[in-house]
Unconditional design. Structure first.
Ligand code: DSN
Length: 477
């Protein structure tokens, strides 16, 4: 099989090079770069060759606006097949009543969720009140009123610097403009979610939508409690599980930590811990299904059939028993990484992790997140800077770095290797100093990495990486 994959990719790159050699070169270089670096970005992974190959076909050439069996274009029978398969695998894998495989990304999935909740909760009852069957029956005055009602809804989501995502009501994102939004944070002492505080805020603010989920919170969430709060204030519970979908799929998050039985609408990406193609997905209860199903053309452009096909392949992979082993290892490795940092004196937000990521507060090393991220990159360690709660350095420079285990776990790293990774990261941070601007003023971006550290770290990483090759057996000619 690996010979077949090697010759398939080698020939494909030749075909590409015959038209635009620089694209073929960049594609080759990306493989080499990914093979040679410690990829610790918590939202990245490595999809299987089957998933990658599925994206490179003529399914891409088909327009298929609409939904399965109800398209605005003729000749969509094969797109119907792949979209139905993706949805079926998603329903089975997550135990969801309904799955929508069209969103192109996580942001798109969240937009579909927001608008379908608004359609279900606001537009539907409003049309009834106005005596209209659908929006085409409305007068200009009706439209004005409907627009006001849609645009005056309240959304309560997690603060960005507590670990929430920018689509959960952050002002620069459309979610922070289309909703009256408020945010809940985490306990200032422990960094943990305080459900009583969320409840108090929800009771005071009475949101239409309560959003749970995160992109940088290193702990699990109790979704039964979040649903209880949503019910108490009459809100729709929407959970964005983009980061931890793989841990749900792999049975690590079960019971009250599994959002699917508790949320009305669940959104996800498919390329993070779920290890599929780059894309998004929405799961919903039957009650919300008809409005989610209107995602395209409500807010989405034409679906990407080649990517939906790859989602079907990835979800089929995630239904295999070995995915459960993978997901458990992701969580075990995150524990090992956190312990590795703590034993070396680093400060972690919430003091540890029980999901797939850790958030290191690098201010104790005298650095901003931006300086730490850059120094680590020089040493071949790819992370991303991230705010910590009440971050004095804001969202651009930040005071933290976020590290996740899904990608290197796919390469076969275990707990010992993640302890070594913590060792390498701490060594780089200890040997980095904050720099100054050319004029000698303090700078949140400049840094000085001690001589020899980058080379030493590259060599130590190479030892780990060589033991766990990426796409083993794949050789490009
Ligand atoms: N960009 C993703 C992440 O890194 O968490 C979320 O959108």
């Amino acid at each position: 099989m690996t010979d077949l994959i090697s010759s398939t990719y080698s020939q494909a790159l030749e075909v590409i090079a015959s038209v635009e050699p620089r694209v073929a070169e960049a594609t080759r270089a990306e493989l080499a770069d990914q093979r040679a670096s410690l990829k610790l970005i918590a939202s990245e992974n490595y999809a299987s060759p089957a998933v990658l190959l599925t994206m490179g076909t003529w399914l891409s050439d088909k327009y298929a606006e609409g939904t399965v069996g109800h398209r605005f274009y003729a000749g969509c029978q094969n797109v119907d097949t792949v979209e139905s398969l993706a949805a079926e695998h998603a329903r089975e894998l997550f135990g969801a009543e309904y799955a929508y495989a069209q969103p192109h990304s996580g942001i798109d999935a969240n937009l579909v969720a927001f608008w379908s909740i608004l359609a279900h909760r606001v537009e539907g009852p409003w049309l009834e009140k106005a005596g209209a069957k659908n929006v085409n029956d409305l007068t200009e005055a009706d439209w004005e009123q409907l627009r006001n009602e849609l645009g005056n809804q309240r959304l309560l989501g997690m603060n960005l610097d507590a670990g929430g995502h920018l689509t959960h009501g952050f002002r620069p994102n459309i979610s922070g403009k289309m909703f009256h939004q408020q945010q809940y944070g985490t306990d200032p002492e422990t960094g943990l979610l305080d459900y009583d505080a969320v409840r108090a805020k929800a009771k005071e603010f009475r949101p239409l939508i309560l959003v749970a989920g995160y992109s940088a919170y290193p702990r699990r969430v109790n979704f039964a409690k979040m649903r209880e709060i949503a019910d108490e204030v009459g809100a729709t519970l929407m959970v964005d599980m983009a980061h931890f979908a793989g841990l749900v799929a792999g049975g690590v998050f079960t019971g009250e930590e599994d959002p699917v039985p508790y949320a009305h609408v669940v959104t996800t990406t498919t390329h993070k811990s779920l290890r599929g193609p780059r894309g998004g997905m929405v799961l919903a209860t039957e009650e919300y299904a008809p409005s989610v199903d209107r995602g395209c053309p409500m807010v989405l452009g034409g679906p990407l059939p080649h990517v939906m096909a790859a989602k079907a392949v990835a979800l089929a992979e995630a239904r295999r028993p070995e995915f459960k082993t993978y997901a458990q290892q992701v969580a075990d490795n995150a524990q090992a990484l956190a312990e590795g940092f703590l034993t070396r004196g680093a400060t972690l937000v919430t003091g540890g992790t029980d999901n797939h990521l850790v958030l290191v507060d690098v201010s104790s090393f005298g650095l901003t997140g931006r300086q730490a991220e850059s120094a680590l990159l020089d040493a071949g360690i790819v992370t991303n800077r991230n705010s910590v709660p009440a971050d004095p350095n804001g969202a651009w420079y930040t005071s933290g770095i976020r590290l996740g285990t899904p990608a290197l776990t796919t390469r076969g790293f275990g707990k010992d290797e993640f302890d070594r990774v913590a060792d390498l990261v701490v060594d780089v941070l200890r040997n980095t100093e904050a720099g100054t601007t050319k004029a000698g003023a303090a700078s949140k971006a400049s840094y000085v990495l001690a001589d020899g550290i980058a080379d030493k770290t590259h060599a130590a990483s190479a030892e780990l990486l060589d033991k766990h090759p990426l796409y083993p057996g794949l050789e490009l000619s």
